[in-house]
Design a protein around this ligand. Structure first.
Ligand code: ATP
Ligand code: MG
Length: 662
């Protein structure tokens, strides 16, 4: 394992006398330090893999890290090693310490749309935008570890008190459902460790060494969790880059880098300066752009790679033209250089930009995969099935209960749900439990009661089997029992139903593979699903162009990168310009540029549709900031050929050939 490590990397790997921080720019081998350090801790120091936890930013990154460690250890992943996100670690802790958290181990994990629904329910306000804003506020409190009582104390006007009150009700509802939201996955363990020193010590003894990747994007609660777990020993290595801090909008706090130095005066800071990823011209463009930000820490970055291709900036007429240009360019480039589709990535600021690109890729028969977009697990048909799984696992989950009992429709309508819901509310029990109480007979008609109990018995039978049989087989039988396929074809037109049913088949297949590969039971699987839908889905290994938002591209690298929509108003985003937050946008641009190894193509559109309007756009200021050594294509040189023009050209060519032949 001494292969391919430079001196400061080796120093970071061997340093074990206390806490350490590797602070370095993009592509300098920070993540590589983590994987090699894991191998060193196990092979060199004899630490048991189960005593090590490495924390990554996405599930995808976790998977990749696991594979890299396995590669270093002779092909097999060391058993017991924890490599996961902060959120997945939180699930693990809460599951094992459920009773200390006032939960049962089968608690449900609610996603963003569930939580907005709960806010809407408790505030009795059907305005989606207001509920979303309120949920955002609650999430902010939770990330800052502010309790409902504290929020109420802090409130200095009526509106704020009402919001704090809503927060309290929201929390009560979550607990009544035996459910947690994403923020709880961090804040519950933090509170647990604060309140129970023995539990904290147990976990400190279990996880004896911690490694954290992308440390610059941790939030305050995550930092507290790291502190508690590593205890006084401070046995951890964090790696990060302040220039790549791009999650401030979600509560991440680069100040955590400074906190580390304050809280651990003995912190060993190691800097890496050689970039191994990108050719020199790409690296220079990145360095020149980021030099426009105020510096938090002084860093240098150089590369031994050759100059490489020039960065190319192309002006396009509009987004349709841009999509067409990018797709044709990829096809042509792939043909010329005999590359794989997976060597290419298309990166963009906002998810909405993916639609046109997807269309063009499909038109030009280019396979692709999207990460960080609207997730597979967010599709209605998949959510339907997940609601059944959640209910099987946790009957107190009223949201899952309502969705499952009404999908497909089994003659149970809104009035039944309302009557049962309000009876359950009076009795302080879940709707599932309420349906079997004697008193329910007074709240529901005989026919309604029979229907809900029939559903309840059906769920009970499946629950019994869930503890004994593989999850995929159970799901097959469930699908047959609820006649889900037939229901799809009755309710949607054939094409839509087919596509939905295909998704369902994919889901069952995925569940089967996952269950077998990881030896996970239904509870663990269902909780895994909730986490995946949060940030990314695991892509099947196949040769396709990668599509991702800049946020989701963090930590990844691609041979050829297309960075699209690089215009004022989009990157930097208008809202950031208005709020004077251009520096975070510049870091986003820096992240985008530094994903590229060999070539970087940047496009911008002269016009862009925004709602019903079309506005004219200027190239992003970041393009100019990249410096002089770039090649620009103006629109005339790359305009697609119109049909008439094309025909005229062919006619000319034919005439010429004939002329020559004659
Ligand atoms: P980012 O900031 O984007 O997350 P990073 O600092 O984590 O980047 P890595 O992904 O670890 O960087 O490394 C970038 C590339 O350089 C990888 O392909 C890695 O294998 C390679 N690399 C890292 N260190 C070395 C080295 N000492 N010799 C050769 N290649 C290296
Ligand atoms: Mg990295």
């Amino acid at each position: 394992m001494s292969a391919l490590l430079n001196a400061p990397q080796r120093e970071a790997i061997h340093y074990l006398d206390g806490p350490s921080l590797v602070l370095a720019g993009a592509g300098s081998g920070k993540t590589r330090v983590i994987t090699h350090k894991i191998a060193h801790l196990i092979n060199g120091c004899g630490l048991n893999p189960s005593n090590i936890a490495a924390i990554t930013f996405t599930n995808k990154a976790a998977k990749e890290m696991q594979e890299r460690v396995a590669g270093l250890m002779g092909g097999r992943a060391p058993g017991g090693l924890t490599v996961c996100t902060f959120h997945a670690l939180g699930v693990k802790i809460i599951r094992q310490e459920a009773k200390h958290c006032g939960l049962k181990p089968q608690f449900s994990i609610l996603d963003a749309s569930d939580t907005v629904q709960i806010v809407a329910d408790v505030s009795r306000d059907s305005d989606k935008a207001r509920s979303k804003a309120m949920q955002w506020q609650i999430s902010g409190w939770k990330n800052a570890m502010i309790t409902p009582a504290e929020a109420a104390q802090l409130a200095d006007n009526e509106l704020a008190s009402a919001a704090a009150q809503l927060y309290a009700e929201y929390e009560r509802t979550l607990r009544a459902y035996q459910a947690v939201d994403f923020d709880d996955l961090i804040s519950l363990p933090v509170r647990l460790f604060e309140d129970n020193p023995e539990v904290r010590e147990r976990w400190q003894n279990k996880l004896r060494y911690l490694l954290v990747d992308e440390y610059q994007d941790t939030n305050r609660a995550q930092y507290r969790l790291l502190r508690q777990l590593s205890g006084v020993r401070g046995a951890f290595t964090a790696v990060g880059d302040d220039d790549q801090a791009i999650y401030a909008w979600r509560g991440a706090d680069v100040e955590n880098l400074k906190l580390l130095q304050q809280d651990y005066p003995k912190l060993k800071v190691i800097k890496l300066e050689q970039n191994y990823r990108s050719s020199r011209r790409i690296l220079t463009a990145a360095n020149t752009v980021i030099a426009n930000n105020e510096k938090l820490f002084e860093k240098r970055l150089w590369s031994e790679h050759g100059d490489g291709d020039q960065v190319v900036v192309t002006a396009c007429r509009d987004a349709e033209h841009e999509a067409e240009w990018v797709a044709s360019k990829i096809n042509a480039h792939k043909f010329e250089f005999r590359t794989k589709f997976s060597d290419y990535a298309i990166l963009y600021r906002g998810n909405h930009q993916a639609r046109l690109i997807e269309q063009q890729l499909r038109n030009q028969k280019i396979p692709y995969a999207i990460s960080g977009g609207q997730s597979f697990f967010d599709k209605a048909e998949i959510r339907d099935l997940i609601s059944y799984l959640r209910l099987l696992m946790n009957e107190d989950d009223d949201l899952a209960y309502i969705r499952a009992i009404t999908t497909p429709r089994r003659g149970i309508g809104a009035s039944t749900i309302e009557a049962l819901g309000s009876y359950a509310g009076r009795r302080h029990v879940s709707m599932f439990a309420a349906s079997f109480e004697e008193g329910a007979a007074h709240a529901l008609s005989a026919r309604q009661l029979e229907q809900v109990q029939e559903f309840g018995n059906f769920i009970n039978r499946l629950q019994y089997r869930a503890t004994r049989e593989p999850a995929a087989r159970l799901l097959e039988d469930l699908l047959a029992a609820i006649r889900y396929e037939a229901w799809l074809f009755e309710h949607f037109d054939t094409r839509e139903a087919e596509s939905k049913w295909n998704n369902v088949r994919d889901f069952v297949g995925w569940l089967g593979r996952k269950g077998e590969a990881d030896g996970k039971n239904l509870i663990e699987l269902t909780q895994t699903i909730a986490l995946i839908s949060m940030l990314d889905k695991e892509d099947a290994e196949f040769d396709g162009v990668q599509l991702a938002t800049l946020h989701a591209s963090k930590g990844l690298e691609f041979k050829h990168v297309f960075l699209i929509g690089v215009e004022e108003g989009l990157l930097p985003h208008q809202s950031s310009i208005d709020e004077d937050k251009v520096e975070e946008e510049r870091r986003l641009m820096y992240v985008g540029i530094t994903r590229a190894q060999r070539s970087l193509n940047i496009t911008w559109c002269e016009r862009r549709k925004a709602g019903k309007e079309t506005r004219t756009c200027d190239p992003s200021r970041f393009i100019e900031e990249m410096g002089g050594d770039i090649k620009t294509n103006d629109r005339k040189s790359n305009a697609p050929v119109s049909k008439e023009e094309g025909r005229a050209r062919v006619a000319n060519l034919m005439a010429m050939l004939e002329g020559r032949g004659g």
